[in-house]
Ligand binder design. Structure first.
Ligand SMILES: Nc1ncnc2c1ncn2[C@@H]1O[C@H](COP(=O)(O)OP(=O)(O)OP(=O)(O)O)[C@@H](O)[C@H]1O
Length: 308
């Protein structure tokens, strides 16, 4: 649905986007994560045909941005990180205005607008003035607007920025729904954890370079070269620690409040030997858990902090 090949954009000496290769299919929700100025918006604008690359290609549903920009605009719903709304218009009038720009006519127009309002849970505000909505409600109307023409592909630039926690959760639920509707979505954010449970894939961009592109689980695994385990035994913790410390695959052990923090050697992923070893030696295991890693930690591990 979305494919880019060596997509590149320069501004003078600055390489804003450097040889980016993406390949996203139907139903993929791609979390595009990177700090401010890393190249997320520039990438999305090129895919949306709003900005020309200096080098490389991008295809949306098999159509090239160079040869079929008009068709791509019909296939894509692009929600910029900042968009204005007009004064003196109700929510429904606002959506109808855009629906008419998409040439949706007659009774169908009202029907489509009402459907999209329902989808973003904003039916209760259909007659409110658009300039009197909260930021979260404005974002949701913005999303309804880009869904009007039933685009197959959605490019959402920081849809959750500036929202309170409740509104963020609502946006997350909406993103999930879009994936279920088999849309292909790129959603950018510099706030990492909010994307972890909605995305099927994650891309991390830094200084214009896509340094990670994988499914969420793989990203977590890559970030975790060394596994840390919390291990507890009912008595003789010191003895158990000495036993584990002598094992080849264990790199380090610390004891904190009777719990052993066991760090395995680099790239050791299978830690089933630990419970067997302890139980065989007569210890009673009362805690055995791997330290969790979230997307934020993964990002810190995987990036080098290079920001333009
Ligand atoms: N029109 C422009 N002229 C010159 N430089 C630009 C222009 N647009 C963007 N840039 C630069 O390109 C780089 C990438 O910008 P971009 O807006 O794509 O980043 P971003 O990841 O979307 O950032 P943010 O999270 O702040 O929205 C930045 O260093 C930015 O200053």
């Amino acid at each position: 649905m979305i494919e880019t090949r060596n997509l590149t954009k320069r501004y003078g000496d600055l390489i804003a986007v450097n040889n980016i290769n993406l390949n996203l299919g139907e139903g993929d929700v791609f979390g595009f994560i990177g700090p401010n100025g890393s190249g997320k918006t520039t990438t999305m604008r090129m895919i949306a045909t709003l900005l020309s690359p200096d080098y490389g290609e991008a295809y949306v549903c098999g159509k090239s941005i160079y040869t079929h920009p008009e068709e791509i605009r019909r296939l894509v719903g692009f929600m910029p990180d900042f968009f204005g709304v007009y004064d003196d218009m109700t929510v429904l009038e606002y959506l109808e205005f855009f629906a008419s720009a998409y040439r949706i006519k007659g009774p169908q127009r009202r029907k489509v607008c009402e459907e999209k309002l329902e989808l973003v849970d904003m039916t209760f505000k259909r007659d409110a003035m658009v300039n009197q909505l909260s930021r979260g409600q404005t974002q949701r109307i913005g999303l309804a607007r880009v869904l009007l023409h039933e685009p197959q592909v959605l490019l959402l630039d920081e849809p959750a920025s500036g929202l309170d926690p409740r509104a963020r959760i609502e946006i997350r639920n909406l993103l999930k729904r879009l994936g279920e509707l088999k849309k292909t979505v790129i959603v950018s954010s510099h706030i990492l954890p909010e994307l972890a449970d909605v995305c099927t894939r994650v891309g991390m961009i830094e200084k214009g370079n896509l340094i990670v592109d994988d499914n969420v689980d793989e990203v977590m695994k890559k970030a975790r070269q060394r596994i840390l385990l919390y291990v507890g035994v009912s008595e003789n913790t010191e003895k158990a620690a000495a036993l584990l410390e002598s094992h080849d695959l264990v790199s380090n052990i610390e004891i904190q409040k009777n719990v052993m923090l066991v760090t395995l050697k680099n790239d050791v992923k299978d830690y089933t030997f630990i419970p067997s070893l302890l139980i065989n030696e007569g210890f009673q295991l009362n805690l055995f858990r791997e330290e969790e890693i979230n997307l934020e930690t993964a990002f810190m591990e995987l990036t080098k902090g290079l920001v333009q």
